[in-house]
Ligand binder design. Structure first.
Ligand code: HEM
Length: 452
């Protein structure tokens, strides 16, 4: 067995292209899938090995797409989107991205962000009472954990996160389960094989998309002409940029659907990691409980976050250690240079947000969970420190949503169990190994117990 494995490894390593157009190819390459499988299992290793050979190295993502990648902070410049774009996202994930902010650039992107930014700012979130909706979803469910032996933490946080977005979109509590199922079916349309016949995953996904779109259109029609501050959807339907331009009907639907995809697994993963680290760290858990119990309740407005500096530190540290978007990319639209190399138009350039978040020069003891590193700072985190949310014009639209939701969640858990002198413990004790792709998250098997 061992000999067969070694022979296979040698055969594969002979197959592996070592160089391509003068740059090294990272190890972990397999015929057919390129680096995708290795990156899913151990993205940090693939990138660190690539970086050891050169600050720019090749990765093959899937059967066709070759990406020039870097883990260095200089590569962050790719997010500026002057010479680069997100056109590859719109092309490769058309069903998901469509005409949403994620996949358009330049003037169209400025118009859309200008029209829909307001409800995602701290002021906008306060105006449409997003925090109250979050609390309505999260607090009673956390309270129900008290009667349960074990908590499958990823399933729980995923359900909170998706329901929070649905509630913000005006979906009534009794319909949440039906919407969750519809979105799960819609995800089938995103699979790479898109054969369209009765019963095929693609057909089922497309049918679910029609179901979702009919209902989103009805919600949008209801909100047309209303006060833009009244709700998230009203703000997106009636919002205008500085030149009075808004979104057309298709752009509105594509953006509403994207909110669900962009906003739930990402936030859910961060909340789950934060709980797993707290379960390994009695001192930090106690500190969070002290902060949470000293307040009247969990924060429900962005201003109220000021009282929860330690919980914010836990959120930022969980994100830094495990950025859900571990690897991001852009496409060059004209010749563009990095590390003395000029790429032609059409080249995909990738950067590891994971590696950037563990840069030892910026974060001493980079692999340790140290929420205190975010406290007593003289300024708010800068662009590199929030790189887990991307950068430049496509910087995450939901940054303030995720921050409020994650802190509200952590404070709710700490108040519920801290008051009973119970603390989280990981079932099996070992910190679970991350899954890195398509989004970085703990495995579904990760479980917590709350013990006295
Ligand atoms: C911890 C939570 C989150 C993380 C780590 C995260 C991360 C990111 C990243 C890395 C990008 C840039 C993608 C790119 O341009 O390549 C992004 C964009 C985006 N995010 Fe988030 N996100 C989070 C939560 C949310 C939430 C809660 C929402 C919505 C309520 C949201 C909505 C969006 C949207 C719409 C974009 C596209 C913005 C644009 O292209 O102009 N995200 N996010």
């Amino acid at each position: 067995m061992v000999i067969a494995a070694e022979l296979t490894r040698r055969a594969v390593s002979k197959l592996r292209p070592r160089d391509r157009e003068g740059l090294p190819v990272a190890p972990g390459w397999l015929p057919g899938v390129g680096h995708t499988a290795a990156m899913m299992v151990d993205l940090p290793w693939v990138c660190a090995e690539g970086d050891q050979r050169s600050p720019l190295f090749w990765l093959q993502m899937g059967p066709k797409s070759w990406v020039i990648a870097s883990v260095r902070e200089e590569a962050f410049a790719v997010f500026r989107n002057r010479e680069t774009s997100s056109a590859h996202l719109a092309r490769d994930a058309e069903v998901l991205v469509g005409r949403s902010v994620l996949g358009v650039d330049g003037e169209a992107h400025r118009r859309m962000r200008g029209a829909i930014n307001a409800p995602f700012t701290p002021k906008g979130l306060g105006a449409h009472k997003a925090g109250a909706l979050m609390a309505e979803v999260i607090v009673p469910r956390v309270s129900r954990w008290k009667s349960r032996d074990e908590i499958a933490i990823c399933d729980e946080t995923r359900e909170f996160a998706v329901d929070v977005i649905f509630r913000m979109m005006g979906i009534e509590p009794h319909a949440l389960a039906e919407w969750r199922q519809a979105f799960e079916r819609y995800s089938l349309a995103l699979l790479p094989v898109q054969w369209d016949f009765a019963g095929s995953p693609y057909r089922r996904g497309s049918t679910a998309k029609r179901w979702i779109d009919e209902r989103l259109t009805a919600i949008a029609d209801r909100e047309r002409g209303r006060d833009p501050e009244a709700s998230l959807v009203s703000a997106m339907v009636n919002g205008r940029d500085d030149e009075g331009r808004g979104l057309d009907a298709r752009e509105l639907l594509d953006n509403l659907r994207v909110l669900v995809f962009a906003g739930h697994e990402t936030t859910a993963s961060t909340m789950a990691w934060a709980m797993l680290y707290l379960a390994k760290d009695r001192e930090r858990w106690d500190r969070l409980v002290d902060e949470a119990l000293a307040a009247d309740g969990p924060p429900t407005t962005p201003e109220a976050l000021a009282k929860f500096a330690f919980a914010e530190g836990v959120f930022r540290e969980a994100l830094r250690l495990h950025p859900p978007v571990a690897f991001d990319s852009r496409q060059t639209e004209q010749p563009w240079s990095l590390f003395d190399r000029t790429f032609d138009k059409g080249q995909i350039v990738g950067l590891s947000l994971h590696a950037m978040s563990r840069n030892a020069e910026r974060y001493p003891d980079p692999d340790a969970f140290v929420p205190e590193r975010w406290l007593s700072r003289e300024r708010r985190p800068g662009p590199i420190e929030t790189a887990q949310f991307g950068g430049g014009p496509h910087f995450c639209l939901g940054y303030h949503v995720a921050w409020l939701e994650a802190v509200l969640f952590l404070v709710a858990v700490a108040r519920e169990f801290g008051a009973q002198r119970r603390r989280p413990r990981i079932v099996g004790d070992a910190m679970p190994r991350p899954i890195y792709m398509p989004l970085q998250r703990p495995p579904g098997s990760a479980r917590l117990r709350f013990e006295r």
